[in-house]
Ligand binder design. Structure first.
Ligand code: NDP
Length: 490
């Protein structure tokens, strides 16, 4: 039998890789993990965690405004990014330290280095050292992508937003997905002028249409300027704009005087930090020209497989560069597995963690465990939030006859203070089996609510199971168990 340095070498120290490494080590396996950047990966360092902390921070103004309307003598000033940002940075450092401690405590050998695959059982580190392992687990995640547009490098991506030294006065967010909508709400609530250009007919493609519609209305109501069917056609530094149009939504001379502003030549590929780009002139596909302090591209993410050595070893990739794996996360090279966003199955942190745990069950615990990607609840942390599990109305209707139970209303607290925010509670029910096929909630804390509904739906609850559940009163979510008549049957 070959003598390897380790039983498992994990490449990538994000949520999936760290969990798999720790769990494997707990079985007695000799485990190593390499991370080229910071332990914690996308979720902890440049994704879910800093985003959620920004969501919490961004709610302050609305909370104080509501408090005033309830009778509090409360006032609020501007949001001070300069006070928030160092705390955010410190918290991420703390969490990174926790991850390191957890790995250390489990006996995992950490390499703070890029690692690439050098053979079915060999990994090469940045210093050219090679390490052998019986199994290799690739958990390198993905990265945000900019569209193929001249000067796109002047635009920020999600990673950059968390590193801003000051808040811009105005931003253009390109894209209508999770990241676009979440950043739009956060930044708007911090007081930034936010414009969205999204190329589809409605934001959040793939989510339930009614939920998308209500969320879009809510976002517009809070001052986000949403332009559907629109993309950026041209962009360049404002001081190099082809001609004339001066700032509309923003003061282009904000910050430094124009003459001193760092000028970026349109073809200057040496610019690596778009945070320094200064005001950007944009021309939309609709012909509208506008200047924004920053353009943020939220135009999707791609698996980070470039330069990993996978071609040389013969690991099969999908057409979009994702690593092709079977239901056990095994690649076509039997000793090499892959989990998380690099496989582009369901790009969510808890899914990567489950894939990592299923990998350990399969390879180190002798219990072959396929990953269950069915009925995964998720939330978009907009304001209000969108929580969803199961099929949309359209998708369910394509599969057979359904009943739709839906209600949209102003909740009690909003009615009391003359607020305009509405919520949506929606259930999609199979007309034959009576099973709840989908649930869609637009409401404050919908992420918390959908976690609970997700259990019932995963268990195969029927509409009658919901009906016989007594309401918790007075709550928003009691509507989920009190809707008696379908609004539509198809
Ligand atoms: P999404 O796939 O959700 O959205 C990408 C958006 O960019 C879509 O609106 C898409 O348009 C648009 N787009 C793509 N290419 C172009 C282009 N060339 N020009 C203009 N628009 C373009 O990606 P995100 O980056 O928002 O998020 C990536 C993934 O990260 C999500 O799918 C999700 O899995 C995960 N995530 C999860 C979160 C959560 O759980 N709360 C939060 C953030 C991210 P179109 O719709 O027309 O294709």
């Amino acid at each position: 039998m070959a003598d390897y340095d380790f039983d498992l070498f994990v490449i990538g120290g994000g949520s999936g890789g760290v969990r798999a490494a720790r769990m494997a080590a707990q079985t007695g396996a000799r485990v190593a993990l390499a991370e080229e950047s910071r332990l914690g990966g996308t979720c902890v360092i440049r994704g879910c965690v800093p985003k959620k902390l920004m969501v919490f921070a961004s709610k302050g103004a609305a909370q104080v405004s509501d408090a005033q309307k309830f009778g509090w003598d409360a006032t609020i000033g501007d949001f001070d990014w300069g006070r928030f940002h160092p705390k955010l940075t410190a918290e991420l450092e703390r969490l990174e330290g926790v991850y390191r401690k957890l790995l250390d405590g489990s006996g995992v050998k950490i390499y703070d280095s890029r690692a690439t695959v050098d053979g079915p059982h060999t990994v090469k580190l940045a210093n050219n050292q090679t390490v052998s392992a019986k199994h290799i687990l690739i958990a390198v995640g993905g990265h945000p992508v900019r569209p193929p547009l001249e000067n796109a490098e002047l635009g920020l991506v999600s990673n950059d937003v968390f590193l801003l030294e000051k808040l811009p006065k105005s931003v253009l967010i390109v894209g209508g997905g999770y990241i676009a909508c979440e950043f739009a709400c956060i930044l708007r609530n911090f007081g930034v002028e936010v414009t969205i250009y999204a190329r589809g007919a409605q934001i959040l493609k793939g989510f339930d249409d009614e939920a998308r519609g209500l969320l879009s209305e809510s976002m517009k109501q809070c001052g986000i300027d949403i332009h559907m069917g629109t993309s950026v056609q041209e962009m360049c530094p404002a001081d190099q704009a082809p001609k004339g149009p001066r700032p509309t939504g923003s003061d282009a001379t904000m910050g430094e005087p124009a003459g001193e502003r760092r000028s970026l030549a349109t073809n200057d590929k040496s610019i690596t930090d778009p945070r320094a780009a200064g005001p950007i002139w944009t021309k939309a596909t609709t012909g509208v020209e506008q200047v924004f302090d920053h353009v943020i591209f939220a135009t999707g993410r791609a698996p980070s497989t470039d330069g990993l050595g996978l071609d040389d070893v013969g690991v099969k990739l999908e057409r979009n560069g994702a690593i092709a794996v079977d239901e056990y996360s095994q690649t076509n090279i039997p000793s090499i597995y892959a989990i998380g966003d690099v496989t582009d199955r369901v790009a969510l942190t808890p899914v990567a963690i489950r894939e990592g745990m299923a990998f350990v069950d399969t390879v180190f615990k002798g219990t072959p465990t396929p990953v269950d990607h069915n009925l995964i609840a998720s939330a978009v942390f907009t304001q209000p939030e969108l929580g969803t599990v199961g099929l949309t109305e359209d998708d369910a209707a394509r599969n057979g006859p359904i009943e739709v139970y839906s209600t949209s209303f102003r909740p009690m607290n909003q009615a009391f203070i003359d607020g305009t925010s509405r919520v949506l509670m929606k259930l999609i029910v199979c007309a034959e089996t009576r099973k709840v096929l989908g649930c869609h909630i637009v409401a404050p804390d919908a992420g918390e609510l959908i976690q609970m509904v997700g259990i019932a739906v995963k268990m195969g609850a029927t509409k009658e199971d919901f009906d016989r559940t007594c309401a918790v009163h007075p709550t928003i979510s009691e509507e989920l168990v009190t809707m008696r008549e379908p609004v539509r049957t198809t």
